[in-house]
Design a protein around this ligand. Sequence first.
Ligand code: ZN
Length: 253
Amino acid sequence: MELIVDEVHCGPTELAWNDRMSRLALPALRPIRERRVVIVAPHPDDEVLGAGGLIQRALRDKQIVEIIAVTDGEASHSNAPVQPKELAALRERESMLALQRLGWNRPSITRLHLPDGNVRGHLRELNEALADFLLPDDLCVAPWRSDGHPDHDATGEAAVRASRGVGARSLSYLVWAWHWADPEGADIPWAQSERLSLGRRSQARKRWSSLAFQTQIRPLGPTVAEAPILPAPLLRRFWRSYEIFVDDCGDNL
Ligand SMILES: [Zn+2]
């Protein structure tokens, strides 16, 4: 599937998603009893967009939180004049700032430096890195393996496989699925999904945190190639009062 994002292709409205979500009445996210919460992010911003509320919850509950940054996000504007190295450095700083805005003074981030846009070509490396990192009493939180972006799908697949291998529990977060899925349809496995409701403070912190990703939400320059990856209608999806997590048991892997 090709993800198209521009002024015409903004995906379903927030009204449509919120309406569907209120009718679905998903069960609340089960309490997290694991010692560590390991958030796997294919690009620097996914950790906050997909799980910024969960990170705050885990920090509040004095759990150990770890971020695994799969790529440096150097290819988000591959046809723009900005140098990939420069973009990677900017995005690294944005991610650090965003996590600090969630109330995390010294974020712990392990960077794997896999190539942005070609995680699937390095799936073995990713599998091994995750299997090395994860412990049986961890909760691993990664993108849903059908999220719709190739790096997200590959990362999600590796996370479920590595978690199963070590006996850790895994949950999946949604980022791009909100863009392409049909709110009235069954693209997202609702029967396996749980909802984390965010309080007003947590929601506000997540919104403030998401604004740290300036390279993604503002144009880098005047050309089409420098247009925002997350224009306002998309960014607002991550300002909701809830996050949804799919409990993916990885049966068909
Ligand atoms: Zn991403």
